[in-house]
Design a protein around this ligand. Sequence first.
Ligand code: UT7
Length: 343
Amino acid sequence: MSLLKKFKNPRAQHNFEGRTCSITSVGSYVPSRVLTNADLEKMVDTTDDWITSRTGIKERRIAAADEFTSDIASKAALLAMERANITADQIDLIIVATITPDMHFPSTACLVQQKLGARRAAAFDIEAACSGFIFGLEIGQQFIMSRTYETVLVIGAEKLSTIVDWQDRNTCVLFGDGAGAAILQHRPQAHGLLTACMGSDGGKASLLSMPAGGSRCPATAESVSSRLHFLRMDGKETFKSAVNAMNSAAQEAMRRCDIDITQIKCVIPHQANRRIIDAVGERLGVTPEQLFVNLEKYGNTSAASVAIALDEAVTSGRIHRGDLVLLVVFGAGLTWGAAVIEW
Ligand code: UT7
């Protein structure tokens, strides 16, 4: 019997009057330029040993000066569209999750719509930092389940290299650029996004933010010279909040589906720090065989992080049709979330 039919918990958001929301394909893209820890040793007072032991990151990708978030997003989207065998005309809605839009407005989603030639699609951005891809899946799922749309494109895309302070060793070693995309559609066969849950805590907004550039602190010569247009983070407090929130979100998602961690084939956590991933994995009882980690190659790509990892888990054969997959994320806001997918 399909897992979808077995689940009894009424809060699981699947199989609503015969309607399911499948992720019919995924795709990802990372820029070709690699910035290694050895490169960073020449830029700030750091060492490969510190970065590797404190974070697990060995290298990250950096987009070219003329390659924008909308370009990175479009490349990931085109791959997902090709794999789902859909044309741009079939897309009803484009959701781009990003904290590094091409510009404040218009939305990066509208620029992606133009690049893809998806003329029928409505398009908008969401901003939930590193949690953005799961927030996007949850929003996209609602449109599919309500029968409003048939085909939704969800993208997590970032050019974080433009908001990283390359003079701040506390943060510049952590982040990278990239994008991941997913096509959501109703499919008669029973597999899909079983549940997605989201959480937020604006009381801890100051832990991770970019202070200037918005209505609170518009761009001035002073804001630029004070380096307020770069990302700032209280690493230690963010770390603690991340472990707690990711653990709770994952537990909640599994509870909604009446499953436990032993039934999950692959756990894909936000790729921010290997120590956070291991601490969350330990609390959840995840085995090394279940855990998917690729942050050594890309660092933290924020909204793109779990989207790229999901694509790599699928293309590398770690996930097969019918497997249960748990995504769990955490980011600025604070925001967090988890999703259970029957692949
Ligand atoms: O995606 C959104 C969520 N983001 C995260 O989840 C990130 C959460 N935080 C973290 O991953 C970790 O807190 C960091 C990796 C950012 C930092 O690790 P930590 O173990 O918390 O280090 P720390 O902040 O306690 O710093 C320890 C020392 C400090 O020196 P002092 O003050 O003890 O002399 C730092 O100045 O390490 C120093 N340090 C560095 N040294 C060499 C900080 N960055 C570096 C560096 N290279 N790049």
